[in-house]
Design a protein. Structure first.
Length: 234
């Protein structure tokens, strides 16, 4: 298990660094004025950065043999998780109305709902399952890792978008493939290690749906669904 805790810590550190890379040009570099940021964006960013720090710290504590401290700090998840779920909803709503304010074509605004809604839904599922299985360490850890993988799209996806002048579609597709690859590796490890793969298989299948939502963003089916979603929830 020590090797697992070490590797999980390394993975979470890499995701954290990738997120900093992605948000540097659009957020961090604007310190201290943050001219393009609103209070909603600040709160959202603070919550997610705190969550990523938690994902780095928790396996590191287990690796260092500090399970009691791990459990004590883990109680923060009961407050931080719901706060992030609320912030994910608010940031999606905020983005939609900002698009309306700046006369973004409706098609494009509805396309972006694919990014916001899938993150909200998947984080809610993964956090809930992690809490349900908090006493089954293998399942708990897999679902917590999955919440961290959700940061790859917004973070590394942005890095690809702005550093390599890629299109949004290409940047998100590449980051989605990276997420699916990591989820697939976790599933492979569980299968070859003859461990229960219930959690890792569930995560892998959810990420296939997660990726598919972005790929169908321009279809009539998605555009119709997203319009109804916006009308009801935004």
């Amino acid at each position: 298990m020590q090797k697992t805790f070490r590797n999980t810590t390394i993975l979470m550190v890499l995701i954290f660094l990738g997120t900093q890379w992605g948000f540097y040009s659009t957020y961090t570099s604007q310190f201290p004025t943050f001219e393009n940021a609103t209070p909603t964006i600040h709160v959202h960013g603070a919550l997610l950065m705190t969550w990523l720090v938690l994902l780095v710290l928790q396996p590191a504590l287990l690796y260092m043999g500090r399970p009691k401290l791990h459990r004590s700090i883990g109680k923060v998840s009961w407050v931080l998780g719901p706060a992030i779920i609320i912030s994910l909803y608010l940031i999606g709503r905020h983005g939609y109305w900002r698009a309306m304010e700046f006369d973004v074509p409706m098609h494009d605004a509805l396309t972006l709902i694919a990014l916001d809604s899938r993150g909200l839904i998947c984080f809610t599922i993964f956090w809930t399952m992690a809490m349900v299985y908090r006493k089954k360490s293998q399942y708990h850890m897999r679902y917590m890792i999955a919440t961290g993988l959700l940061a790859i799209g917004p973070g590394i996806g942005r890095g690809i978008l702005f550093s390599f002048d890629a299109s949004l579609g290409m940047a998100m597709t590449i980051s989605d493939l990276l997420v699916l690859l990591i989820a697939g590796i976790l599933l492979f490890i569980d299968i070859t290690g003859k461990k229960s793969n219930r959690a890792s298989l569930t995560i892998f299948l959810i990420f296939i749906i997660y990726m598919s939502l972005w790929q169908i963003r321009d279809t009539v089916l998605w555009q119709s669904f997203a319009q109804h979603y916006a009308n009801i929830f935004y």
